[in-house]
Design a protein around this ligand. Structure first.
Ligand code: RIB
Length: 305
């Protein structure tokens, strides 16, 4: 039986422009290209887990517009169970993304239908949560829903992962008791801990603060510097595979989905982390969110340069 992952979260259409650099306030730049790309942190993580070997269910909402139908269809095409993807009246979630020549990005999201993912919807699809081994949440849907889903995942005895993205402030303290793995990037770890995070050393300090706040295990992703895994007072640095970056959009999502899929399949934490890192490294060599996510065979064929 394949490992089962349920993702509770956002589904967006990404409106992506490439430009030589990110615009400053009040500035107009001439862009190089434009594309609509399937995205949303929740959907990206679901696609990653599915391409990387898990049986995946998505719990989320899309709008009644053309994007909604297309986004749901894209998830179905990945063999993702969409019985809990509701179509609600109005616009789908969108993300306005600029990617620069250094492969960095800036993103503005508009929640749209993602805002309709309420705790009542979670209750309606409780059987979908019950069937999973691992549950993943992010923060592009209402906070009340995230807190509710985390608590339900914990009550059902699932392995619970929170990717606190995007994050602008500390988490509600009562969430920590429901989370097995907290997986922020540098800026999210800084927002959650109130400490600057820009190196392995500062990540250790922030992870210590987060564990003091109640986190169980923390994985701070550090881009090209790899990641820090903190478990109590133990810290381990996992360097990142070296690749030529084209677009870092959804690299974090690919890591989370790959890590969850491997963990659900019974891999050790260290193996699941390395597996997720290879998947994420491969994703940055390709443009876009979901189009950049590798398959299991891509990861198995990866040879470090
Ligand atoms: O993590 C990348 C994702 O963030 C994009 O696909 C975009 O939709 C935003 O949610």
């Amino acid at each position: 039986m394949p490992a089962k992952v349920v993702v509770v979260g956002s589904i967006n259409m990404d409106l992506v422009t490439r430009a030589p650099r990110l615009p400053r306030g009040g500035e107009t730049l001439i862009g190089e290209s434009f594309a609509t790309v399937h995205g949303g942190k929740g959907a990206n993580q679901a696609v990653a887990a599915a391409r990387l070997g898990a049986q995946v269910s998505m719990v989320g909402c899309v709008g009644s517009d053309a994007y909604g139908e297309e986004l749901r269809g894209a998830l179905l095409a990945e063999q993702i169970d969409c019985q809990a993807v509701s179509i609600v009246e109005g616009s789908s979630g969108v993300a306005l993304i600029v990617v620069d020549d250094n492969s960095q990005n800036a993103i503005v999201i508009v929640a749209g239908a993602n805002g309709a993912l309420t705790s009542e919807v979670i209750d309606r699809f409780d059987s979908v949560l019950q069937a999973a081994d691992v549950m993943i949440c992010q923060q592009e849907v209402p906070d009340a829903t995230v807190g509710y889903a985390l608590a339900r995942g914990r009550a059902l005895g699932k392995i619970v992962i929170l990717n606190p993205a995007p994050a602008s402030r500390p988490l509600p303290p009562d969430w920590y008791a429901s989370i097995d793995y907290l997986i922020p990037n540098e800026s999210e770890a800084a927002a959650l801990s109130g400490l600057p995070v820009d190196s392995l050393e500062t990540a250790e300090t922030a992870a210590t603060r987060l564990i003091g706040m109640g986190a169980s295990k923390v994985i701070i992703t550090l881009g090209a510097q790899g990641l820090l895994f903190a478990n109590g007072k133990n810290f381990e640095h996992f360097p990142a595979p070296t690749v030529k970056a084209v677009d870092t959009t959804a690299a974090g999502d690919t890591f989370v989905g790959g890590f969850a899929a491997a963990l659900a399949a019974g891999e050790s934490e260290a193996e699941a982390i390395r597996f997720g890192q290879i998947a994420a490294a491969l994703s940055v060599t390709r443009a876009g969110a979901q189009p950049s996510i590798p398959t299991l065979s891509d990861v198995q064929a990866f040879k470090a340069p």
